[in-house]
Design a protein around this ligand. Structure first.
Ligand SMILES: [Ca+2]
Length: 387
């Protein structure tokens, strides 16, 4: 016999049911979400669904508090996906961006850690000025679906006319903003601490230089530098458990690297590398080891062309917890690395050539994995447990 309920408790129960439905709706799939199939990993079974299509070479994702997404397109637009629908109009208020049919354009987006309170977000992009093009970072306030008060907080100098190796992954961690900068196709700059290209810089959130950056006090060096000797780093992520920061970079022909980011470290490019020249069977630089230069934790020969990167720590895939995921542009794969004591102990390749070049990989606030595919009709995909 059912326990009689007061009218109040019935209303409470109804309200709590409605609230639960609203919460589960916030990141749930739109009714028209297209399911692309089920796949198996050594440690999980998963399905892939399309969240949005029609993105022009998307580069990076940010997760908004209400379950919406902001996605950068390399061609220069910032797009809003609201309630599972890509909005027609790009976000207004962006700076002038130099986007050509090369590696330059609008690149990364990172929400300020206090985004919920201040609405602030930062972008990395390529800008043109005297001397050519270069990576810049600027931040603005996202309100009423536009970007207000946009301010440039960093310019990588010198600029040049090359269309290559702009980086630029952004990471807010431990109160700082880190950014990776490519060598702009001018290799010696990676070892030259008087220039920015080919390095990782560390800024305060407002763009000022932290007083304890490692090369402060060397007047010839750029004060923003945190590490150097990088070719084209485009992955940067913090381990949510250990707090360590990991990065990867594109090698030449072979020699893509996974590195631990450390203050003041020299990652060796172009003096040491596991890669070869593009048109010669000739190694780049002076070998693979040199004292004073870091060895990568892991490297890939042949190159995978690594893109976005994330640690997985969510509830959906217990077997993937602690794995480091990265996209491979070249092999059109999702790469899963298992780490133990800071070393890579296993590597698994997923989704080989299923969906094209994978440009970004992120764990969403809902614990699912999200991917961007790099194409003129790029997609935002979501990985959830197989049904
Ligand atoms: Ca290196």
């Amino acid at each position: 016999m059912p326990i009689p309920q007061s009218r109040d408790s019935k209303i409470k129960r109804l309200l709590s049911l409605m609230l639960g439905a609203l919460i589960s709706l916030s990141y749930c799939l739109p009714a028209f979400a297209q399911r692309l199939g089920e796949f198996t990993s050594e440690k999980a079974s998963f399905q892939v669904v399309v969240i949005a299509s029609g993105l022009d070479h998307p580069w990076s994702i940010a997760f908004l508090p209400e379950g919406d997404f902001l996605v950068t397109e390399r061609s220069g637009a910032l797009r809003l996906i609201r309630k599972g629908r890509l909005q027609d109009e790009p976000i207004a208020g962006l700076p002038e961006i130099s986007a050509k049919r090369d590696q330059g354009g609008l690149l990364d987006i990172a929400l300020d850690p206090a985004f919920d309170q201040n609405g602030r977000l930062c972008l990395s992009y390529v800008a043109e000025a005297e001397g050519g093009r270069g990576t810049e970072i600027g931040c603005g306030i996202f309100r009423d679906d536009r970007l207000d008060e946009f301010k440039v907080i960093f310019r990588a100098l010198p600029k040049n006319k090359s269309g290559r190796h702009f980086g630029c992954r952004l990471l807010f961690a431990d109160g700082y903003l880190y950014a990776t900068l490519g060598d702009r196709g001018n290799r010696p700059q990676a070892q030259d601490r008087a220039t920015h290209p080919g390095s990782v810089v560390r800024l305060m959130a407002d763009g000022t230089v932290p007083a304890d950056n490692p090369f402060i006090g060397h007047s010839a060096y750029q004060p923003e530098l945190y590490a150097y000797g990088n070719r084209n780093p485009q992955g940067l992520v913090q381990d949510p458990i250990t707090g360590a920061i990991w990065m990867h970079e594109h090698g030449p022909r072979g020699g893509d690297e996974l590195n631990r980011l450390m203050a003041g470290a020299n990652y060796g490019w172009p003096v040491i590398s596991y890669g070869k020249e593009y048109f010669l069977p000739k190694a780049v630089g002076e070998g693979t080891h040199m004292s004073g230069m870091e060895q990568p934790v892991h490297y890939w020969v042949p190159s995978i062309a690594p893109s976005g990167m994330t640690f997985y720590s969510g509830p959906d895939f217990p077997g993937w917890r602690g794995s480091l995921f990265l996209g491979s542009l070249k092999f059109q794969e999702l790469v899963r690395l298992e780490l133990d004591q800071g070393q890579v102990v296993a590597e698994e390749r997923l989704l080989s050539a299923e969906f094209g070049r994978i440009r970004d990989v992120r764990q969403g606030p809902d614990g699912a994995l999200y991917l961007l595919t790099d194409a003129a009709e790029g997609q935002l995909l979501k990985l959830t447990p197989a049904e």
